[in-house]
Design a protein around this ligand. Structure first.
Ligand code: A3P
Length: 333
């Protein structure tokens, strides 16, 4: 397979200039590998990250104080974060009018309604103003469970994790990164990208470690972590919305069920609906990423259009080996 040319994007050099002295010192002590959107990614606390992410994550780790009522949505990139944010927001904001045309999801991208702790709130700020956030506070993160601040892991705050089968997650990431890789970094071939993913050196990876951290916690403390799968949610959205609402502390009443509120929320948050909204076809809600690039195909199994049978076999082997004994598995064929 050939190498791909990437469009112009934010210069990687610009990123480096925005780093604090402490962060630059920290980077010098960390193992590094070739990066996807920056020249290098670094192994911080056992997961791979870009320099600016590490700076933001350390801000978040040192300064965020979780409350018992906080709700945190956690994912790996491209696992369905935008969808999960929309569903959780819609569930929490369904009253008094369930899903009217004035619902905020019609005019705001889900990432503007549910802020990322590291990409938005603590990206350039140690003390963001959180006082005006609606209650309960709803946040999102890509940080692995083991690296969340203790105020999250030890308080009564709750965490929802959405996981996606690694073949589709890689395919989704590849398509997304083709758009986001700065031209100045030169091309990267799909073979290189794929091998990096299999080795674990991709944003917030290794993917198996990220998934297993939340998976184990969800088994040991089911009241603390709810584990959802992208594929299961696609297959039975109503069932998963009910699980989610119950976990978030706002279960659907029988009357709501009878009135079709759950179906309305499913429709509001559906790929087709969100993708076609004007707000999601323009603008940028996370960094320099285009909102329209957050909605590609939204299907299960699209990896067959990207990976060769040999690549798929290799990734399935990695999954089987790394997830062995955990009871976490994915249907891929
Ligand atoms: P594809 O690239 O396979 O289409 P994230 O939100 O974590 O960045 O994940 C992006 C993936 O979720 C993309 O997958 C995107 O199309 C898909 N997606 C976005 N919104 C969705 C929705 N409402 N329902 C289902 N999938 C959605």
């Amino acid at each position: 397979m050939g190498r791909t040319q990437f469009p112009k994007s934010q210069s990687a050099a610009e990123d480096a200039e925005e780093l604090s002295h402490e962060c630059k010192e920290l980077l010098l002590s960390l193992p590094k590998e070739r990066g996807w959107r920056t020249p290098h990614i670094y192994l911080y606390q056992g997961f791979w990250c870009q320099p600016k992410e590490i700076q933001a994550i350390t801000n978040f780790q040192h300064h965020f104080q979780a409350r018992d009522t906080d709700l945190i949505l956690a994912t790996m990139p491209k696992a369905g974060t935008t969808w999960l944010k929309a569903m959780a927001f819609a569930i929490l904001n369904r009253k008094p009018i369930p899903v009217s045309t004035t619902h905020p999801l019609h005019t705001s991208n889900p990432h503007d309604l549910v802020p990322f702790l590291e990409y938005k709130l603590y990206a350039n700020n140690n003390f963001p103003d959180l006082s005006k956030l609606p209650q309960p506070r709803l946040f999102a993160t890509h940080v692995p469970f083991a690296s969340l601040p203790e105020s999250i892991t030890k308080s009564n705050s709750r965490v929802v994790y959405m996981c996606r089968n690694p073949l589709d997650a890689f395919a989704s990431s590849w398509h997304f990164l083709m758009k986001a890789r700065p031209e100045s970094l030169g091309p990267i071939s799909i073979e290189e990208g794929f091998q990096m993913y299999c080795k674990g050196s991709m944003a917030f990876g290794p993917f198996w470690k990220h998934m297993l951290g939340y998976w184990k916690e969800s088994i040991e403390r089911p009241h603390k972590v709810l584990f959802l799968k992208y594929e299961d949610t696609k297959e039975d959205i109503i069932f998963q919305l009910k699980r989610l609402a119950k976990f978030l502390g706002v279960p659907f009443s029988l009357e709501e069920e009878r009135k079709g509120v759950i179906e309305e929320i499913a429709r509001l948050c559906s790929f087709e609906n969100l993708k076609n909204l004007e707000v999601n076809q323009s603008g940028k809600s996370i960094g320099y990423f285009e909102n329209k690039d957050l909605f590609r195909k939204g299907v299960v199994g699209d990896w067959v259009n990207l990976l060769t049978p040999l690549m798929a076999k290799q990734l399935v082997q990695v999954m089987e080996e790394k997830l062995e004994g955990s009871d976490l598995s994915f249907k891929v064929f």
